[in-house]
Design a binder for this molecule. Structure first.
Ligand SMILES: C[S@@+](CC[C@H](N)C(=O)[O-])C[C@H]1O[C@@H](n2cnc3c(N)ncnc32)[C@H](O)[C@@H]1O
Length: 373
């Protein structure tokens, strides 16, 4: 299949009109955020200034417990079921057939996740979360933890806090801080944690992978302590440029449209907005819902040094990870074959490598509080 099979553009690549940097959806003002680091937060809605020209771009999831429970057999059985990975397109995928998660879980994908994590940390001015949670939170939950890197960073920053990361795949490291723990779990099923238990429930880059966000918010609400916070760090796969350097016929733009179409075929959206996440929080009963907006540059085109470094990490994440982000969704849901996908993503990589496309992902952090009474 050629690039011409790509879906026709249905969305503008133009940026939406700039809104205020921070949207306070409720009347009450939250307390000052607890910072994991004192580094400044990156600018949010303002256009990112590019370097003078492209030439100047810098170089970067019991049945049979039965009456006689044999722990070792049961553990071995569970363990083999969660690691019964599927292999397709030369990539390794998770073992839970009940979940429509079309991204790989192999080393290459783990690398992409960690690169992107560093990009987000830079974009967030090194803050691990923005919600004004109490100084000594007892317990924190990270849903869809991936490689567990956020959990490990939080565990090191808050050594008296117990952090649990859950994921479909057991791809987290074995050696972790003593206050960090990982569990294999499908977050879409009823949570087995106690009610009124966590101080913070966090998600990061889960926008396209949650079938029922209302249910996720309801479960977060039930399992948070009164006064606890839910916080979502999400980006929209709606690559934009503020200076007209992303034409609609570019492969980057077409990649976005097709990626959106592929995930829409299985009822998922890769282009969620902060407002949608805020609405789900409010519908579940959260108050003091706040949206903080950022731009996640892709490439070393920004003039600002921190944004340039952010963009360098995100560029490498995209160059290394785009095949994994694309191959299964497009082959499974859009009918492309592997070779067609490989050719197309090579063109997207070339555009990003050229430095001519001053692109970024809209990025946002949304947090809301369970009422204290
Ligand atoms: C794009 S990755 C993001 C990982 C991590 N939060 C980060 O920012 O690096 C999405 C993760 O969500 C996990 N995931 C997807 N669906 C899930 C579900 N229903 N329950 C638990 N984890 C899920 C995937 O296995 C994957 O590790």
């Amino acid at each position: 299949m050629s690039a011409s099979k790509a879906s026709q553009p249905t969305e503008s690549t133009q940026p939406s009109s700039a809104a205020s940097n921070e949207t306070q959806a409720a009347a009450a003002q939250p307390d000052a955020p607890v910072e994991a680091s004192s580094a400044p937060t990156a600018a949010e809605e303002a256009p990112i200034e590019a370097q003078g020209s492209s030439d100047e771009v810098s170089s970067e999831t019991d049945s049979a417990l039965g009456s006689e429970y044999d722990e070792s057999t049961y553990t071995a059985s569970l363990s083999s079921s969660i690691t019964a990975y599927q292999y397709e397109h030369g990539r390794r995928y998770h073992a839970n057939h009940a979940v429509n998660y079309d991204l790989p879980n192999d080393e290459n994908e783990q690398e992409r996740m960690d690169l992107q994590y560093h990009a987000l940390r830079l974009a967030f001015g090194d803050k691990l979360f923005f919600a004004p949670i109490d100084d000594s939170p007892a317990t924190i939950l990270d849903i869809g933890t991936g490689t567990g890197i956020w959990v490990i960073d939080i565990a090191e920053a808050l050594p008296d806090t117990q952090i649990i990361g859950t994921d479909l795949s057991p791809i987290q490291p074995g050696w972790v801080p003593p206050n960090a723990k990982f569990e294999v779990d499908n977050a879409e099923l009823p949570w087995t944690f106690p009610a009124d238990h966590f101080d913070l429930v966090h998600t990061r880059i889960m926008n396209a992978f949650v079938q029922d966000w209302n249910r996720l918010m309801e479960q977060s609400y039930r399992h948070l302590k009164p006064g606890g916070w839910v916080e979502c760090h999400e980006l929209s796969v709606d690559v934009r440029s503020d200076d007209g350097t992303l034409p609609e016929d570019s492969h980057i733009h077409q990649w976005c449209l097709n990626e959106g179409e592929a995930w829409r075929k299985i009822g998922l959206s890769v282009t969620l907005s902060g407002e949608e996440v805020a609405d789900w929080m409010e519908k579940a009963g959260f108050v003091n819902v706040t949206i903080k907006r950022f731009k996640l540059p892709i490439g070393t085109w920004p003039k600002d040094k921190q944004l340039r470094e952010t963009g360098a990490f995100q560029l490498v994440a995209m160059l290394e990870g785009i095949q994994g982000l694309t191959i299964a969704p497009w082959v499974r849901h859009l009918g492309w074959n592997e070779q067609e996908v490989e050719v197309f993503v090579a063109k997207v990589r070339n555009e990003w490598k050229s430095g001519k496309f001053h692109t970024y992902f809209p990025l946002y952090a949304v947090y809301g509080q369970k009422p204290r009474a």
